[in-house]
Ligand binder design. Structure first.
Ligand SMILES: C[S@@+](CC[C@H](N)C(=O)[O-])C[C@H]1O[C@@H](n2cnc3c(N)ncnc32)[C@H](O)[C@@H]1O
Length: 370
């Protein structure tokens, strides 16, 4: 990857052996880490080695009359100006300088401190501009002009204010095993950053569930990224997620893909497990009869913090567990609990974050003795 700021901005690190070398380092670290639970080959899924990110967040740095995109310096030495970025997809890369120029020409830079880009693979882009000031009508007039000239959506955000120019979502298409799925991605909500690796993660998860029958329970479902493809292979899917905007997007994605066998519930994992145990009653669960479900398989994709002990014990009730993790350290911690009753049958490494030490891991667990 050609980059003028390699090893300086907080987004990437220098690896002497290029993309393949850094991937092999990450693989070696994780083989060693997970060796108490898995000694077979870890399946590896590569990323494109540039233009792989469909979303990116930059600071806006003011220097005299001019403004720059910026990232924190990796060693905490202030900021690094980022005039171009080979990590972001081609559409964001092409837009970045044009947008900055328009912001300066139209005086939209006053108290602007951040710009977040969200793009589909086909080039639809929503940009969130983050301000330390109230956005008045004249801001909206100018932002509308820029949005039209650049063919993008702009979302102006400041304290307790959100002004949407156009719309606050883009629509992404993912191809999984030759089938195309469409997803509305909402600005300011979780989406997987690397679409080509995301497609491989979903295909892998479907593959390792294999012949699993009956219904599926999914925790941390986001906007239905895995749920909607899973719905093609299970009779029914019950999926929960804490974020209201993600659950709303998940419901619209179900319609977008003409899928009807998913029940999305907005609930934290902690609330959901309390509801199932009868510890607390939730109106949001009133229309769900758990006796209608025949769940033997569970899919979890928690945030970096992983699951807590209670959620792991809950998950261990099910015979087949597929766990996707963006943090191998918390995955390892959770495996210490899950592997009391289960064993790791498959493990994969997805290089979702090239040129960083981060990886995404996938694990399939089956009940011991089954
Ligand atoms: C790594 S993301 C995965 C989302 C989705 N599976 C995807 O592929 O886009 C983790 C998700 O867990 C949700 N989340 C975080 N804490 C939660 C909790 N305590 N209970 C339920 N969902 C939670 C977040 O809102 C986020 O959507």
């Amino acid at each position: 990857m050609e980059c003028n700021y390699f090893g300086q901005c907080g987004a990437c690190r220098v690896y002497e052996d290029g993309y393949e070398g850094q991937l092999q380092q990450k693989l070696a670290v994780n083989k060693e880490r997970f060796s108490p639970y898995y000694t077979k080959e870890i399946e590896v899924f590569r990323s494109p080695d540039e233009h792989y990110r469909a979303r990116a967040e930059f600071k806006i740095w003011h220097e005299g009359e001019s403004i720059h995109y910026a990232m924190n310096h990796i060693e905490g030495k202030g900021v690094v100006f980022v005039d171009e970025c080979p990590q972001v997809n081609e559409h964001i890369a092409a837009l970045m300088p044009k947008l900055l120029k328009k912001i300066q020409e139209d005086f939209l830079g006053f108290k602007l401190f951040g710009a977040d880009f969200l793009s589909s693979s086909s080039g639809e882009i929503a940009v969130s501009l983050l301000y330390h000031r109230k956005l008045e009508d004249d801001w909206e007039v100018k932002a509308k002009k820029i949005a039209k000239e650049l063919g993008i959506y702009i979302i102006g955000r400041s304290r307790k204010q959100k002004v949407v120019i156009g719309q606050d979502f883009i629509t992404e298409s993912l191809t999984i095993d030759d089938k195309i799925y469409k997803f509305n991605y909402i600005e300011n909500s979780f989406t997987q950053p690397n679409p080509r690796v995301n497609e491989q993660m979903i295909a892998w998860a479907m593959d390792v569930f294999g012949e699993a029958k009956g219904d599926l329970l999914e925790l941390y479902c986001g906007a239905g990224n895995f749920t909607i493809p899973f719905a093609t292979m299970f009779d029914k899917v019950l999926a929960t997620e804490i974020s209201k905007s993600s659950i709303n997007a998940a419901k619209s994605n179900m319609t977008l893909n003409d899928v009807h066998n998913i029940e999305f519930i907005r609930m934290s994992v902690e609330e959901f497990t309390q509801a199932l145990k009868g510890v607390r009653e939730f109106r949001r669960m009133n229309h769900i009869n758990m006796d209608d479900y025949n769940i033997k398989s569970i899919f979890v994709d928690p945030p970096r913090s992983g699951m807590d002990e209670f959620s792991c014990d809950f998950t261990a009730q099910y015979d087949t567990i597929v766990y996707i993790s963006c943090n191998p350290e918390t995955l390892y911690r959770d495996l210490e609990i899950l592997c009391k009753s289960h064993e790791v049958a498959e493990m994969a490494l997805f290089d979702q974050f090239p040129y960083t030490h981060h990886v995404e891991m996938g694990v399939k667990l089956t009940r011991k003795g089954s």
